[in-house]
Design a binder for this molecule. Sequence first.
Ligand code: AMP
Length: 226
Amino acid sequence: MCLKRPVIFLGPPGAGKGTQAKRLAARCNVPHLSTGDMLREHVHKGTELGRKAKPVMDRGDLVPDEVVLGMVEERISRPDSADGFVFDGFPRTIPQAEKLDQILHKRNFAAPLVVNFQVSNDTLVHRVAGRWVCSVGGEIYNIYEHPPKKPGFCDNDGGALVQRSDDQVEVVRERLAAFEKQTQPLIDYYRAKGNLDEVDGSANVEEVNRRLVEILTRHGADGDCA
Ligand code: AMP
């Protein structure tokens, strides 16, 4: 399958955006661009950007728009982004969305398809509190719904599973509040442009994936490779 339009997954933390974005990107052979992962990599490497972003991320607040936009513009100018990409966790604010529209237009990409993941707050807190991530390949597990075969280790590469420092319940509530305040207006922004569809993200991974493929097909966002 090929992507005919860039895809954006919108939704609160724990909605399943990362899991689904990884699958879709692998299937279409395009990059999965998670601004959260990019920022965590900066933190991990101890870059200047990472040192500035860490306290903001640990509080559950949003990193400044210009920092995130600089990272994204650099990333989508690389050759492996030429056939499209799947955004996860970006854009988060209206200025980010407006600037992204300009960048996509400048680079001759089609208008993005935006899919909003809908999941109740109780389910989100439960999911995020049970989330463990492979420290090697980034595979995402959930100890309740999608546990690894061997506790603490990744099924794919045997990497140790770790919990994100911002996945503690109090920080999750902060992140949900930040999402509602700053990201909710994006839903209106994209709806007004006619780029938005919604998926019920409360089902299991396979079922949400099936629904997403239907949505992509309906909006002409996927197709056979030429
Ligand atoms: P995520 O992995 O998408 O949940 O992001 C983790 C944290 O990284 C967020 O709580 C923010 O502090 C920061 N972050 C990720 N993406 C963005 C973005 N597009 N704009 C601002 N901050 C972001």
